[in-house]
Design a protein around this ligand. Structure first.
Ligand code: BYC
Ligand code: FE
Ligand code: FE
Length: 473
C-alpha cells in the first residue's frame, strides 16, 4: 500500500499506523463519492490545469500541472506549530493549547468539526453540473480548482476525526460521504448547503458570499484551544482566498460586460437582456439571495452555544489577537429585536452575541467587495449601484426568521413581502433567463460567453488563451 506516497502530507503519515489504517478504508469510499457526486462529465477524459498543495511552507506549497480529476492528490496539511501556543480567549485564557481532545469537550469539538466538514463535500455536490454550461475554459478550470480544494478541506476534517476521535470519529467520517446536498432524507447539515446552484451567477455569488462564511468560520476555529484544529484551519484559509477571488472577479466580470452593453446602448438598462448580458437588477437579486442565506450560516444572534464555545476556548472571534480584551465578560452587545410588531434595541451579554460579532466582521468584508464592484460601475460612467440588503432581510435562522423585512431592514407585513418578493429575489423567470444564456457551454480555447468579460490575467502567469482543460481521449 503506497497510500503514504499518494497522499502529500506533513502529518507524518508514514509512521502513523493508526491513521494509515483508517485512511485505507476511507480513501476508496471518498473516491467513490467523488466519482458519483463530483464534476459531472469531467472524470475520465479531461486533464485540468490544477494547483496541488505539496507542502505547507510558504515557499512553493503549490504545484501546477494538468491532471485528471480522480488522480488529484488530495493531501493533509497543518500549518507550522506555534511554539508554546496558549489559549487566547475565554475562561481558559493563558493555559497551554491542547494537543489532545479534552474529554469534557469531546462532543462539542466533534460536532463543530463534523459541521465544518459537511459543508465541503456539500459544495462539490451543489456545483457538480456547472461544467456542462461553463462560460470559458478558464472558468471551468477555476470551478474544478475550487472543487478539488473543497474535497481537500473534507480530508482536513476527516484527518482530525480519524486521528483524535477514535471509533465515533471514523463513523462520522463515513457519514460525511453519505449525506447529500438537497436530499430530503439525508440532507447536508446547514441550510445554504442544500440550496441548488444551477447557474454561474449562483456559483460566483456562492464563492463570494458562502465561501466567505467559510473564511470567517475558519478564522474563528483557527483561534481554537484545540491546536490540531487551529493548525488545520490556518492552512485551509490559504486556499479559501482563491475561492473568494473566483467569486469576486466572477461578479466583477459580469458587471463589466453588462456595463459595456449598457454603454453601447447609451446607458439605458431595459434591453440589456436582449443583448445577451445580465441586467443589474437581476444581479442584485442573486446577491440578495446568497448574502441572506450565507448570513444564516452564522447561527442565531443570541446563542448560548456560542457563549459556551467562547468560554471554553473552543471557538474564538476572528483576529482575537488584534482585539484588546479577550474574556468578553461584563460587556454588552446591542441589537435590534422584533417585538410586538416593531423593532427595539436590546442589550445582551457579549458572550451570547458571539455569532453576531463574527457576522459583523463578515458583513464588513462583504461590503468591501461590493464597494469594488461599485467602483467599476462608476468608472464605466454608470449611476447604477449594487448594495448589501439589511441583515434582517430573508432570514431563516435567528431572531428575524419569523418576521418579514424589506431589503432596507424595515419590518413589513407578510402581504407586503409576498407582493414585492419578485423584485427582491430571483424569480423562476429570472432563473430561466439566466439558464437560457448559459445553455451552450464554451469549450473552445480563448473563447468566452457573451454575458461575461474575460479575466484581466490568467492562472499562474498563463494567458487567458491557455488550454486550461484538455481533452484526453
Ligand atoms: N442551518 O445556537 P445556534 C464553509 C442550528 S462554510 C441549519 O445559533 P450555533 C464552506 C444549530 O446547529 C463554514 N441549522 O447555533 C463554504 C443549532 O442546532 P441545535 C462552515 C442551523 O451552534 C463554501 C441551532 O440551529 N463552518 O466552510 O451557535 C464552500 C441553534 O443555533 C444553522 C462552520 O459552520 C443553519 N444555517 O452556530 C465550502 C463552523 N445555523 O444545537 C465550505 C462550525 C444554526 O439546536 N459550525 N443552526 O441542534 C459552527 O460553528 C456552528 O455550528 C454554527 C451554528 C455557527 C453553524
Ligand atoms: Fe472549504
Ligand atoms: Fe471554499
Amino acid at each position: 500500500m503506497e497510500l503514504n506516497e499518494k497522499i502529500p502530507n506533513n502529518v507524518n503519515l508514514s509512521s502513523d499506523r493508526r491513521l494509515q489504517r483508517a485512511l485505507e478504508r476511507w480513501q476508496p469510499a471518498y473516491l467513490d463519492w467523488w466519482r458519483e457526486m463530483g464534476p459531472e462529465g469531467f472524470q475520465d477524459h479531461h486533464k485540468i490545469y490544477l494547483r496541488t498543495a505539496i507542502s505547507a511552507d510558504a515557499s512553493g506549497w503549490a504545484q501546477f500541472g494538468h491532471v485528471k480529476l480522480p488522480d488529484y492528490r488530495w493531501g493533509i496539511f497543518l500549518s507550522e506549530p506555534v511554539p508554546d501556543r496558549r489559549i487566547g480567549f475565554g475562561d481558559m485564557m493563558g493555559k497551554p493549547a491542547w494537543q489532545e481532545v479534552p474529554g469534557e469537550f469531546r462532543n462539542v469539538l466533534r460536532r463543530l468539526i463534523v459541521t465544518q466538514g459537511d459543508t465541503e463535500p456539500a459544495s462539490v455536490e451543489q456545483q457538480r453540473e456547472l461544467g456542462q454550461i461553463c462560460p470559458s475554459l478558464y472558468d471551468l478550470r477555476n470551478l474544478f480548482q475550487v472543487n478539488v480544494e473543497e474535497g481537500r478541506h473534507l480530508w482536513a476534517m476527516v484527518y482530525l476525526l480519524h486521528s483524535y476521535f477514535g471509533r465515533d470519529g471514523r463513523e462520522e467520517a463515513e457519514a460525511l460521504l453519505e449525506r447529500r446536498s438537497g436530499n430530503e432524507d439525508s440532507p447536508r447539515i446547514l441550510g445554504a448547503f442544500n440550496e441548488p446552484i444551477t447557474n454561474w451567477v449562483d456559483f460566483f455569488m456562492f464563492t463570494f458570499f458562502t465561501d466567505r462564511d467559510g473564511k470567517y468560520q475558519l478564522l474563528a476555529l483557527a483561534e481554537s484551544g484545540f491546536d490540531p484544529l487551529s493548525r488545520t484551519t490556518r492552512f485551509m484559509l490559504t486556499e479559501e482566498a482563491h475561492h473568494m477571488f473566483v467569486g469576486e472577479t466572477g461578479v466583477m466580470r459580469i458587471i463589466e460586460r453588462t456595463a459595456e452593453v449598457m454603454n453601447e446602448m447609451g446607458g439605458v438598462s431595459e434591453d440589456v437582456r436582449k443583448h445577451g448580458a445580465i441586467d443589474l437588477p437581476t444581479v442584485q437579486k442573486y446577491l440578495n439571495f446568497w448574502f441572506s442565506v450565507s448570513l444564516d450560516l452564522f447561527g442565531g444572534e443570541i446563542s448560548s452555544n456560542a457563549a459556551t464555545y467562547f468560554a471554553n476556548g473552543i471557538k474564538g472571534r476572528d483576529h482575537e489577537d488584534k482585539r484588546e480584551e479577550h474574556t468578553a465578560l461584563e460587556q454588552q452587545y446591542d441589537l435590534m429585536v422584533p417585538e410586538n410588531g416593531k423593532l427595539s434595541e436590546q442589550s445582551v451579554a457579549l458572550r451570547n452575541a458571539m455569532n453576531e460579532v463574527l457576522r459583523d466582521g463578515y458583513i464588513a468584508d462583504c461590503q468591501r467587495g461590493v464597494d469594488r464592484w461599485n467602483k467599476a460601475l462608476e468608472k464605466a460612467g454608470l449611476s447604477d449601484r449594487l448594495s448589501l440588503p439589511s441583515r434582517r432581510f430573508h432570514r431563516a435562522i435567528g431572531i428575524y426568521r419569523d418576521h418579514c423585512f424589506d431589503p432596507e431592514g424595515n419590518l413589513i407585513s407578510r402581504e407586503q413581502y409576498e407582493a414585492k418578493k419578485g423584485d427582491w429575489l430571483p424569480s423562476r423567470a429570472d432563473g430561466e433567463f439566466i439558464q437560457s444564456l448559459m445553455s451552450k457551454p464554451i469549450y473552445e480555447t480563448g473563447q468566452i460567453a457573451a454575458w461575461l468579460a474575460p479575466p484581466k490575467r490568467g492562472i499562474n502567469g498563463q494567458p487567458f488563451e491557455f488550454e486550461y482543460v484538455r481533452t484526453d481521449a
